[in-house]
Design a binder for this molecule. Sequence first.
Ligand code: ADP
Ligand code: ZN
Ligand code: ZN
Length: 829
Amino acid sequence: MIVEQLFADVILPLPLDYHFTYRVPSAFQFRIKIGARVIVQFGKRKFFSALVYKLHQNTPSGEFEMKDIDAILDDDPIIGENQLKIWEWIANYYCCTLGEVYKAALPTGLKLESQTKISLNPDAIITDDLTDKETAVVLLLESRKTASIQDLNQFLGQQSSFAILKLLLEKNAVIVEEQMRESYKPKLVSMVRLNPEYDSEEKLNAMLDLLSRKAKKQEQLLKVFLAETLFGNLKLTEIAKKDLLQIADASDAALKGLDEKQVLEVFQKEIGRIARTHDADLLIKELSEPQQIAHDEILAQFETQQTVLLNGVTSSGKTEIYIRLIEEQLKQGKQVLYLVPEIGLTTQIITRLKTAFGDQAGIYHSKFNDAERVEIWFNVLNEKSGKTGQQYQVILGARSAIFLPFKNLGLIIVDEEHENSYKQFDPAPRYNARDMAILMGNVHGAKVLLGSATPSYETYFNARSNKYGLVNLTERFQGIEMPELFPANTQEAYKRKQMRSVFTPELYNEIASALHNKEQVILFQNRRGFAPFVQCGKCGWIPKCRYCDVSMTYHKNRSSLICHYCGHTTSLVVKCKECGSDEIKTRGFGTEKIEDEIKLLFPEARVARMDLDTTRAKNAYEQLIWQFETGKVDILVGTQMVTKGLDFDHVRVVGVLNADNLLNYPDFRSYERSYQLIMQVSGRAGRKNNRGKVIVQTTQPNHPVIQDVISNDYYKLFSRQMAERKMFRYPPYYRLIKIVVKHQNKERLDLAAMNLATAFRNIFNKNVLGPEYPVVARIQMWFQKEILIKLPRDGKIQEAKTKIMEIINRTKTQPNNSQLIIYADVDPM
Ligand code: ADP
Ligand code: ZN
Ligand code: ZN
């Protein structure tokens, strides 16, 4: 049989604009498959794991030396046709290359390059099923900790060691460098609860009586236990052992005594799974009536709509509706993807999903170690063929989970769909996972449910115009009332000298009364640090970052000035660099200052702060939430982090310290965002029989956005904004493409940006804005300018993008422009 020469077009994990063609040696002809990885040489000595994109018999034209494929890594494809379709779509739509999509899509362990560093897996159990060569590699790694694939090639005296590496990875003997070793292990704490036998006060009293005669210390401990739990303010059913012993100042022996008498029980529990009431342990909860109606309505709309928006107020129980929908999909043998924003992926939601679905739920998150990500990848891919037993049928993940190789997807849930962490800013592909979820719905024939209390205007617009279905859920679970909102005029209060530090009398009094009633408070300020800047009181000089065009933020507890864009840190200046005066003053305030001030004004209150600075350490975020949930903290001060889907039972007061910051941000979305943020943080307030209160501090209490927030009128603001956006040609009426240009030399940048803008204006005329400096004009030595192009939704968008990319590529290749960075950001946020 004469077999014609077969060629393979492959995608390399490089930001190159085209794919490359290699010859398929006849030995591989029947083994090579689209969507599988192969090893190819690229450049003089570099090898890559490339992905087979197309197989064909068309001899490529042009004069170049064609190479053979070196090896086949996968006998079976690691991505399916659907994924390739999605990759192509992303590359086209977001103006990037397939190589960039490949890099973003696969976990590190599946993207091997010559420079990839490998080391021994510290958790490995090396068995004797290694071949001689594999053993040699293991010995090498034992002696020198890490080695690159190039090193292995040399060591083994062969051209490519990818195949060996692949086997070693599969045997879990080695790991790839970028793999972090952190993995999701539920954090267990020892908890104490009452034996259910003691379900009446009589029995308890009898026991206390008995103890008071025989075991004073145990009696004391039991009393403290009861005061802290069942008879306490929060009506908890259990308490951490450590806390109990500390509060009661008791010994382990006393607790042991009560445990032996079977009065108290000590048990292990995952953090984040603190039961509040006796019946909280139901795995799948009964839906309330309004929830059931919303659920049925969603299913009804799915009959005719592929995408449905669930617009449910905060604490309406959207999660429980999702869980019910997931359960139904699993019963039909379908896979479900449950997307949450980066910050929303907390122990709370993970635990909720694990409780409901056990081992059928997998978590896919960039924070977890890469080996786990690879494992989930294959688990999802090999659905049904099931060699490892348990299949993950529902995947909970942040945005990169859209790349998983689903085969049988029935439903995609996008929770908090308005969140901008669904958008990837850097590097390319600059995709929005919410929009990709809708595309995936199309490609897989799956349904998509978008959920939010404050939908993005794009989504709400689509729902109002019947492109999506719309289901409203206007009631909070158990009919808890929405909180009342009040503006507090900071300008007036300053004038009348009524401000206490950064607090208006209104907010101060609410905090005082909440503390008095043993209720909790959340204070929100969208700035971390102590003061956003410091300034000379004599001449007005402000210290700025050496590398960025932005003022340095004062961090008091580290007594330093820190640049929030590049992290550059200096010690606090005590003398003005301009006039030598030592009158250096702090201006404005961040979370750190609020925390300080609270400690001065309310010394008895227990305060915690939640921002980037306090949550860097592993588990710190979970710890803070847990402390707040269990009433160990009275006041939580924080940035945006406190506005995200956390649900707390005992918060009565929420303070927004400075709404002006939000309103005055120079962006066409700033009103939409202000409304979202204030509503989301307000959503943390309110308890049964005790309506929550939200105080919004601002100098503009009559600002229309503040008024709409106060009257909880999402639609009013939406429709006003829609009118403006239509007039000024912004989304959702127009599409935006932002062209970002960077150079270390300001003159070069100015010239290049101006030329680019002129070229764009020749095509798009008035729909081109800029070039302009963004809010921060220089970051880490790079000057930056932006050009905004507004494109009508007339179906010619792809054509327009092609023209834009042509201009960009032409500019890049001009002489003098080699140091210039230009990229397009489609649908910027
Ligand atoms: P949302 O996501 O709409 O803000 P959540 O799903 O977080 O609201 O629900 C708010 C709180 O109410 C959670 O503590 C949740 O466990 C509880 N809850 C909601 N629905 C139910 C239900 N049907 N049964 C029991 N508890 C529920
Ligand atoms: Zn000065
Ligand atoms: Zn900087």
